[in-house]
Design a protein around this ligand. Structure first.
Ligand SMILES: NC(=O)c1ccc[n+]([C@@H]2O[C@H](COP(=O)([O-])OP(=O)(O)OC[C@H]3O[C@@H](n4cnc5c(N)ncnc54)[C@H](OP(=O)(O)O)[C@@H]3O)[C@@H](O)[C@H]2O)c1
Length: 322
C-alpha cells in the first residue's frame, strides 16, 4: 500500500514537471513565432516613418551602406556619404542627387587610421541634423590568406575599422540634443557563434553586437534607438559579388527589408531568410561543433581549395572598383 502511494507521488511530480516544461516551451516558441511574424512580415505592411528621426543619414558608397543610403534617399532623407575614395564619393553623391532629388554631403576618410580622424568628421558634420547614423564600414579577411599572428598591421586596421568606428557615438551629439535619433550598427552572423578562420573578424563583430545592445539600454530613455543588424551573406564587394540566390540577398533588397524592421526590434538578422539561416545554423552547426579539430581541418581544407578562386575574384573586384 505504502509503495503504491510513493509511486503515485513520484509520478505526479514527474508529470507536473513535464507539463510545466511543455507549457514553457510552447509559450516560448509561440512568442518567438509571433516576434518573427511581427519583425519580418507585419513590418512590410506597417513601416516606421524614418523621417521622424531627422533629415540626414550618414552612410557609405558601396555595398550594404550604399543600399541603405539609396533606400533612405528614396524615403526622403538627405545623405552624408563617407568612405576612402574622393572620386567614388563624388560619383555616388551625384547619382543619388539626380536619381532621388535629395541633398548630399561627402566626407573622405580612412577608418583604419584610428582615433585621430574622428574630430575632423565631427567638425564636418556640425550643423547637419543627423537623424540616422548607419555604422556600416567593415573589413574582412581569411586567416588562411593572412596569418592571424604575423600580420599585425592588417589586424590593427581591421580592429580600428570594425570596432572603433561604432564607438564614436559622439558623432550623434546632435541626436542627444534633439532627444531623437537612430543608430544602426552592422554586425554579422559571424558574431552569433565563434568563427574559426575568421577569428579577428568574428571577434570584432561580437564587439559590435554587445556594444550596440549596451548603448541602446543606456540611451533609449534619451530618445536614441540603437539597432544591431547581423546579416548572413549579401552580394557586395566584400563577398566578391557572389551571385544572388534564395540564401544570398542583394544589397538593395537586404537594406529595404532591414530598414522595415526599425521600430520592431533592436537586434535582427535583417530579413526573414537570414533569420531562418541563423536559427538553422545555431541548431545544426553550433559554436562548439565549429571549434572541434575535425571541423577545423575540414574548413582549412575547404579554404585552401577555394583560395585561388578567391584571389582571382578579389583581383576582379579591385579592378572593378578602380
Ligand atoms: N556582405 C556581407 O555578406 C556581409 C555579411 C555580414 C556582415 N557584413 C558587414 O556589413 C558591412 C558592410 O559590408 P559590405 O559587404 O557592404 O562591404 P563593401 O561592399 O566592401 O562596402 C564597404 C563600404 O565601406 C567603405 N570602406 C571600406 N573600408 C573603409 C575604410 N577603411 N575607411 C573608410 N571607408 C571604408 C567602402 O568604400 P571605399 O572602398 O571607397 O572606402 C564601402 O563604401 C561590414 O561591416 C560587414 O562586416 C557584410
Amino acid at each position: 500500500m505504502g509503495d503504491i502511494a510513493e509511486c503515485s507521488w513520484y509520478s505526479l511530480l514527474l508529470c507536473s514537471i513535464g507539463s510545466v516544461m511543455v507549457v514553457y516551451y510552447l509559450l516560448r516558441w509561440s512568442w518567438q513565432c509571433w516576434h518573427g511574424f511581427k519583425v519580418y512580415v507585419l513590418s512590410e505592411i506597417w513601416q516606421t516613418n524614418l523621417r521622424t528621426y531627422g533629415q540626414w543619414l550618414y552612410g557609405a558608397t558601396s555595398g550594404i551602406g550604399r543600399a541603405y543610403a539609396e533606400e533612405l534617399a528614396k524615403r526622403g532623407l538627405d545623405i552624408v556619404l563617407i568612405s576612402r575614395s574622393e572620386d567614388k564619393l563624388r560619383r555616388v553623391a551625384k547619382e543619388i542627387e539626380s536619381r532621388y532629388k535629395r541633398q548630399t554631403y561627402v566626407i573622405q576618410t580612412d577608418f583604419t587610421e584610428g582615433h585621430s580622424i574622428y574630430s575632423a568628421i565631427t567638425q564636418q558634420l556640425e550643423g547637419l541634423q543627423i537623424g540616422i547614423l548607419v555604422n556600416n564600414v567593415g573589413m574582412n579577411y581569411m586567416s588562411i590568406m593572412l596569418s592571424a599572428f604575423f600580420c599585425l598591421q592588417r589586424i590593427t586596421q581591421v580592429i580600428n575599422c570594425n570596432t572603433l568606428s561604432v564607438t564614436q557615438v559622439r558623432l550623434s551629439v546632435c541626436m542627444l540634443q534633439r532627444g531623437k535619433g537612430l543608430i544602426i550598427n552592422i554586425s554579422s552572423e559571424a558574431a552569433s557563434q565563434p568563427q574559426p578562420m575568421l577569428s579577428v573578424y568574428s571577434a570584432t563583430k561580437i564587439f559590435v553586437t554587445y556594444f550596440s545592445r549596451c548603448v541602446h539600454a543606456e540611451y533609449r530613455s534619451k530618445g536614441i534607438t540603437v539597432q544591431c543588424v547581423a546579416p548572413f551573406m549579401v552580394s557586395t564587394n566584400m563577398t566578391h559579388n557572389v551571385p544572388v540566390n534564395p540564401l544570398v540577398k542583394s544589397a538593395a533588397s537586404f537594406a529595404r527589408d532591414a530598414l522595415n524592421t526599425v521600430g520592431y526590434t533592436t537586434y535582427t538578422g535583417g530579413c526573414l531568410t537570414h533569420a531562418l539561416q541563423q536559427f538553422a545554423l545555431s541548431i545544426f552547426f553550433p559554436g562548439w561543433l565549429r571549434l572541434t579539430s575535425f571541423c577545423m581541418q575540414r574548413m582549412a581544407k575547404l579554404a585552401r581549395s577555394i583560395e585561388p578562386q578567391l584571389r582571382e575574384r578579389m583581383a576582379e573586384t579591385r579592378n572593378k572598383q578602380d
